[in-house]
Write a protein that binds this ligand. Structure first.
Ligand code: IVH
Length: 675
């Protein structure tokens, strides 16, 4: 190689490394370090150099990630070692039986397990020769899959070369196994695009990922943002891998392969079940879909001793979450009136078991959603209940539509109070114009006022509010503090004892906080967090009552919409009157100096919490830091001031160390806080 080509080869290598680094930051860390235009410049320079020097082309060049000419069909790929499936467990008992079986076979007291999410995507096998990605295949029937190499090459999360931190490429052949999936936000974007183009929407992220991966035209795959997580190693020759599964995952991660952050090592069956519950609560907040968790005996030698039964390993099991979707019949559509007068169409369903409970009602959100999903009364529908979210009608099974379905029409008048229904041009919601004249709105407003996070009036639930309003005893929240013993005791199913209890609870609620009081008023767009920020900012109610739109916008996270809602609410004479009455009836709180323009000790500082802290929960630590003015963020970047790391901190800790961000233990954090 001449001196000149030598320099070009070096520049090409440098560009490739740099572009892949930016791919990693952009696609995996979600933190681009350079503007798109800069990235494009690097990319074009590399493309140009490669075009001038075809002898320097390479299969692992990032320029190969944009897709190429369409294929006629996918070639078949024989897997070198079969891609197995997992046995499923649906209950704690099945998990206990799995663990008992393993302890019996191994003759041990407790077993160490590696536990991780069960990704809801598509299984694939990636083959690397001498560290370079050469082929990728779908699972197929387990022994034979389809060659989707060109498509997988476009997935930025999949490294085209396996290199460790020192830049050394591994020198043997290895297979990486894992799951291709689409993050929820990329799925939402894709469907919005499909809608805009008049194309069919994808049913869920899994289908979108499958549809995108099985494109004969890899340029289409390149235009969809797919992701990848590894969960295992297939064939691997001539390399000594770590002897534990979790360490193998770390080993892969150190070579640029993405692995789940939510991995742990636990001991014994209780550890398994704790993990299941922990991930269950986090599931809805994860950026991608999972359908359970997977437990694996951590020690690879023990895995081998346990072996396989039929097509599944004995050393691993999938503990599935209850199905989140089920099919049923939509019997009718009712309209419910909410606290702010919004009319919500609600589907009445033939009872169906979904997400672990029996569901008979599901929200249809609004008129536009009904049209968009083309839902008709009498349809067979798919109901979705994800986590604690209210069940919704996800879609219609058109193939099962009977001939006599009926269309839904939004009523012109409120079904509760008869006031006319309005809909603003820029809003999807229809609203009852009755305000607090509408008993439905009044009831909802009272329920909100009494709710746990607002005034916390224990025992004032649905039924009671219904009776109090219907009997004409209570019109506004202030009336609650004026009802007498006899009026309550005369209500249906209300003995003297319960009446006393309720009056006690009402009395008790008078001692509250400014934040709760603001939240309890039920002002549009003013949720719990905003109410807290406002209370903190203004310190006293009178400061808040006299604030204008501009002043309100100085509260953290308050923009023009929220500020305007507040001003609108306070400009209604009857709202001010109720506030006045509530105060004169004894509702009170401690007031303090406005914190408005005060600099708090951690103002302007950004913290990231990771791992399990010894005594504080994530939520507690977050609240503590926020109260001191800190911002608590979910990801580490150069702008992070401190990372607070607990047990089993993973990628975030590594990143903090790499970026030289200060890392604190819980003890150190507490010392910092206490000065
Ligand atoms: S391990 C020999 N781990 O579940 C065991 N599989 O039902 C190989 N899956 O086809 C699988 N997340 O596509 C494993 N963390 C995980 C997984 C996982 C999802 C899928 C995988 C496999 C299917 C088995």
């Amino acid at each position: 190689m001449g001196l000149f080509t030598d320099a070009i080869a070096r520049r090409i290598a440098q560009l490739r490394a740099e572009i892949e680094h930016h791919n990693y930051l952009y696609y995996m860390q979600d933190e681009p370090a350079i503007p798109d235009a800069e990235y494009d410049k690097l990319f074009r320079e590399l493309q140009a150099l490669e075009a001038q020097h075809p002898e320097l082309l390479s299969v692992d060049s990032p320029t190969r990630r944009v897709g190429g000419a369409p294929l006629k069909s996918f070639a078949e790929v024989q897997h070198s070692t079969p891609m197995l499936s997992l046995n499923n467990a649906f209950s704690d008992e099945e998990v206990r039986a799995f663990d008992a079986r393993i302890r019996e076979v191994l003759g041990v007291q407790t077993v160490e397990y590696a536990v991780e999410p069960k990704f809801d995507g598509l299984a694939i096998n990636l083959s690397y020769r001498q560290g370079v990605f050469v082929q990728g295949a779908t699972r197929g029937d387990g022994s034979t899959g389809e060659d989707v190499s060109e498509n997988l090459r476009t997935v930025r999360a999949i490294p085209l070369r396996l290199q460790d931190a020192s830049g050394a490429t591994i020198v043997t052949d290895i297979e990486v196994r894992g799951e291709v999936l689409m993050f929820n936000r990329d799925f939402d974007k894709l469907n919005a695009q499909q809608r805009a183009n008049g194309d069919k929407e994808f049913v869920n992220p899994r289908n979108a990922a499958a549809g995108s991966l099985r494109q004969l035209d890899s340029r289409i795959t390149a235009s969809r943002r797919l992701s990848f997580f590894a969960y295992g190693i297939g064939r691997c020759e001539g390399l000594t891998l770590p002897a534990q599964h979790d360490q193998q995952m770390v080993w892969l991660q150190q070579r640029g392969v993405p692995v789940a952050e939510q991995r742990r090592v636990v001991h014994g069956v209780e550890g398994l079940l704790d993990f299941y519950r922990e991930i269950g609560t986090k599931r809805a907040a994860l950026p991608f879909a999972i359908d359970g968790v997977v437990y694996k005996v951590n020690d690879i030698a023990l895995q081998q001793r346990l072996g396989f039964v039929a097509r599944a390993p004995r050393f691993a099991i999938a503990h599935k979450f209850p199905a989140e979707e089920a099919m049923t019949t939509l019997l009718d559509i009712d309209v419910q009136v909410g606290r702010t007068g919004v009319l919500t169409p609600v589907a009445r369903l033939a009872p169906v078991f979904v997400g672990g409970v029996t569901v008979t009602n599901a929200t249809l959100h609004n008129e536009d959603e009904i049209r968009r999903k083309d839902v008709r009364i009498g349809d067979t529908v798919i109901v979705r209940r994800a986590g604690d979210v209210i069940p919704e009608v996800a879609r219609v099974v058109l193939e099962r539509r009977p001939l006599d379905v009926r269309e839904f029409v939004m009523p012109k008048v409120c079904p509760v109070c008869g006031s006319h229904v309005t809909r603003q041009a820029d809003e999807a919601a229809s609203r009852c114009s009755g305000g607090l004249f509408c008993p439905a709105q009044r009831k909802q407003a009272l329920l909100h006022f009494a709710s746990r996070r607002a005034m916390n009036i224990d025992g004032l639930g649905d039924k009671l509010v219904e009776q109090l309003v219907d009997a004409g005893l209570v019109h506004t929240s202030a009336d609650l503090y004026q009802i007498g013993m006899s009026a309550i005791a005369n209500l249906e199913r209300m003995g003297e004892k319960s009446a006393i209890k309720l009056l006690d609870a009402i009395e008790h609620s008078k001692h509250t906080t400014l934040a709760r009081f603001i939240f309890a008023l039920g002002i549009r767009n003013v949720g719990e967090a905003t109410a807290k920020d406002m209370a903190m900012h203004f310190g006293t109610l009178d400061n808040l009552l006299t604030a204008d739109v501009e002043r309100l916008q100085r509260v953290r996270d308050v923009g023009p919409v929220v500020a305007q809602s507040m001003v609108d609410f306070l400009s209604e004479a009857h709202n001010r009157e109720i506030i006045k009455q509530l105060r004169s009836l004894g509702v009170q709180w401690d007031e303090h100096e406005p914190q408005a323009d005060k600099i708090l000790p951690f103002s302007g500082k950004t913290f990231v919490l990771t791992g399990t802290l010894p005594t504080l929960s994530r939520e507690q630590a977050k609240e503590m830091l926020e109260a001191l003015g800190a911002k608590v963020s979910g990801s580490v970047s150069k702008k992070t001031d401190y990372v607070v790391a607990g047990a089993e901190a993973g990628g975030k800790l590594e990143k903090a160390l790499a970026l030289h961000v200060a890392v604190l233990s819980e003890d150190e954090l507490l010392i910092l806080i206490n000065g």
